[in-house]
Design a protein around this ligand. Structure first.
Ligand code: NAD
Length: 413
């Protein structure tokens, strides 16, 4: 099942609990439009390589399209469409005034020099420039893109249009129109949601162990915040080259230093080496997939020992695995809720850029906490009411909002 088929199945699994006309569900199963671009990249050696990129607009019933841009060799049209569909659900989950979009380029940025990454980024921003804008589609960072890349995107867009338009992209550096609190927002939002779940279960303050897959923007901050703010013990951490495991815990600053010094987590002193596959099956209380999609499948779900899965990555659990985990009594906090903190603070950044009124970090944290705590409890209520999985409950709530807007707007042309 590819990620797009996963999305369609997830929608189908929510529909029995919705009172919605089938035509709206059918519309939700397709992206409204997808742009495919070819980007000729001038290499440092003078040669040229043509790269493929996409930008998908899934649904804009609730507002302009919103979603990140991914640079990864596995990026494909289907993946970008699926990620844009999940953004539609996610923005509705967090009650943001947005629909869902997503973009990506099939490339391994680690094979490129910084100057080549800049030329690629400007080339992509140029190629999609007529497909986006502050009130149309607002991209942001995702896997292997970052605030520096957002700045090149904005600069390119502003030079094409000859005007200042800081809110055409979010996830920018604070010095260049970004919001305080955006850097760790995805992980912080996940931490707030996890806190609420632990409260519900009477587990807050208990000695719990956590394994985090991925040590990028999301996984790195998750490691840090879940330990510092919830007092839980992170016993395993990983990146694309493998992971480290120590039942006594992995101190964030030491792991960060090892990663900075060696380029990888694998080989961290006083820890056992584990593969990314082994990490998922460790004997821990909480598993936090924070890298790529499709890592928890029907093959490894029966072997997962964690009792809670907090999906900070997009689409880490296949629908079959979701059911297997539910049957084992594992609570999966779905991506559309668990990682909605990133797009929520992106929305705050968009508002600040449009008004010129910039908020303190504390204000950002408070507003984020309020939004995601509210979303968690509303979803939890639906889950209890229907006796369904958390993901189904999140989709029920999100689709009700989206279709609520679609009904009033009508089906036209
Ligand atoms: P990132 O580029 O900062 O980090 C990606 C991490 O994944 C790195 O640690 C990398 O080593 C690791 N990785 C790559 N390939 C891997 C593999 N095959 N096995 C294990 N690890 C691998 O990206 P990010 O922004 O942290 O995004 C991670 C996930 O979170 C993605 O699924 C992304 O869609 C999702 N997400 C990101 C944001 C955001 O604000 N950045 C928001 C919501 C969701």
């Amino acid at each position: 099942m590819n990620p797009y088929e996963m999305f369609v199945k997830q929608v189908d699994e929510a529909t029995p609990f919705l009172t919605v006309e089938p035509e709206y569900i059918e519309i939700l199963k397709y992206p409204k439009e997808v742009m495919e671009v070819s980007i000729p990249l001038r290499l440092d050696d003078g040669g040229v390589k043509v790269l493929k990129g996409w930008r998908s607009h899934h649904n804009n019933a609730l507002g302009p399209y919103k979603g990140g841009v991914r640079y990864h060799p596995n990026v494909s049209r289907e993946e970008v469409i699926a990620l844009s569909s999940w953004m539609t659900i996610k923005c509705a989950t967090a009650e943001l005034p947005y629909g869902g979009g997503k973009g990506g380029v099939s490339v391994n940025p680690r094979d490129l020099s910084p100057a080549e990454v800049e030329r690629l980024s400007r080339g992509y921003a140029m190629a999609i420039s007529r497909f986006m804008g502050t009130d149309i589609d607002i991209p942001a960072p995702d896997v292997y893109t970052n605030p520096q890349i957002m700045s090149w995107f904005v600069d390119t867009y502003e030079k094409i249009h000859g005007k200042s338009e800081p809110s055409c992209y979010t996830g920018k550096p604070v010095e260049a129109g970004g919001s305080l609190g955006r850097g760790d927002a995805t992980s912080r939002g996940g931490m707030y949601v996890l806190r609420e779940l632990l409260k519900e279960q009477g587990l807050l303050g208990k000695d719990l162990t956590v394994a985090v897959q991925g040590f990028g923007n999301v996984g790195g901050f998750a490691h840090k915040l879940i330990a510092s703010d919830l007092g839980l013990k992170i016993v395993a951490s990983s990146d694309s080259r493998g992971g480290a495991y120590n039942t006594k815990g992995l101190e964030y600053a030491a792991v960060r230093k090892h990663k900075t010094d060696t380029g990888s987590i694998s080989g961290f002193a006083e820890a056992e080496r584990v593969s990314n596959e082994e990490l998922l099956e460790l004997d821990v209380d909480i598993l936090v997939p924070s890298a790529l999609e499709g890592v928890i499948t029907a093959a490894n779900a029966p072997k997962i020992k964690a009792k809670i899965v907090l999906e900070l990555a997009n689409g880490p659990t296949t629908p079959e695995a979701d059911q297997i985990l539910a049957d084992k009594g594992v609570i999966v906090i779905p991506d559309v809720l668990a990682n909605a903190g990133g797009v929520t603070v992106s929305c705050f950044e968009w508002i600040q850029g449009r008004t010129g009124d910039y908020w303190t970090e504390e204000e950002v944290h408070q507003k984020l906490d309020k939004k995601l705590t509210t979303a968690f409890h509303q979803i939890w209520k639906i889950k209890q009411e229907f006796g369904i999985r958390t993901r189904q409950a999140a989709y029920v709530r999100a689709i009700s909002r989206i279709v609520g807007a679609m009904r009033f707007k009508g089906i036209w042309p």
